[in-house]
Design a binder for this molecule. Sequence first.
Ligand SMILES: [Zn+2]
Ligand SMILES: [Zn+2]
Length: 348
Amino acid sequence: MRKDKIFCVNCGKETENLIDGLCLDCYSRKGGFASIKKGRLKIEVCSTCGSIKYRGKWLKEDLEDAMKRLVIDNLLISKNISWKRPEVKFRRKGKTLYEVVVDIEGEIGGNRVKEEVYTEILVDKVSCPTCSRKAGKYYEAIIQLRGNERELDEREIKEMEGFLRRRMKEFEDSGRGVFIADRKKVKKGLDLYISDRKVAHSLIYQLKEEFGGEVKESPKLFGMKEGVRQYRMTYLLRLPRYRKGDVIIIDERLFYIRRYSSKGIKAVGLNDWKDYNFRHNEISSCKVLDKKDVIREAVVVNKRGRDVLILDPDSYKTKEILLPRDIELRETVKIVKYDEEIFVIPEG
Ligand SMILES: [Zn+2]
Ligand SMILES: [Zn+2]
């Protein structure tokens, strides 16, 4: 069977491939393969934090990268040609105006095609929703960090706040405009005002997971919005009464806490020097001794096997005690003085 001959309408050449009636040579010389949306392109940039609006989201990114993407999004190029990635160049024309040149290169049937497209981008300086809310100290939840029947110490507060800020940064980096609207050091701990209720909820349970304790949630009505009640949440995390380095009493026996985790504690029994693991809920009613009152440094005067003579640091009288095990002791040891008794805390 004979195939019909086809001819280019421009040069009359016989060919097998025609695009719009033209042979590949004529088609590639025709031009007009690329164009860009008419009029100036506009990009919204927050004048405070520099984030850039893209498809309804505010992203922290480089302005040139965002402008490039805007240009490419608005570029129309013919599908008949295989294009290389266009090259976009900017020239600042005014304070908020950029001139844009796009160099486009492609190929069709072995013929190189080159075009240039021009446009302008207007940078619109605005305030992003996060920055507007920040300016108004907007918050949806309060995270309260407290200790149970005790004040949190500086180190605990620093660790918990550091942890929270790192986790919050992760939300921020994923494009969620969350921030701490206010920070109030209160007598017994710390209050952090968080702009996003859902993020605050996630944070409080992450804190609990990391530091232990109990969470209490309480909503507070603060107004109506389009007929819907608006709540602010208070998320309270209460750390247990004890912490690492404390001495606690369980069933009239003394324990020194060596390690603290979200799940529980590792402690050494001061009577038997054995290691114990307790879950927080098992020992929630234990007695906690104030370490300032009970833990001391004391001098070892004499030692023979398990029998040691210790100088009471308060009365300067020597006291005989029997260690649970015979071990090497330094010249000074850590002791617990409680109820006229002295216990040596083993090292380790
Ligand atoms: Zn032709
Ligand atoms: Zn902003």
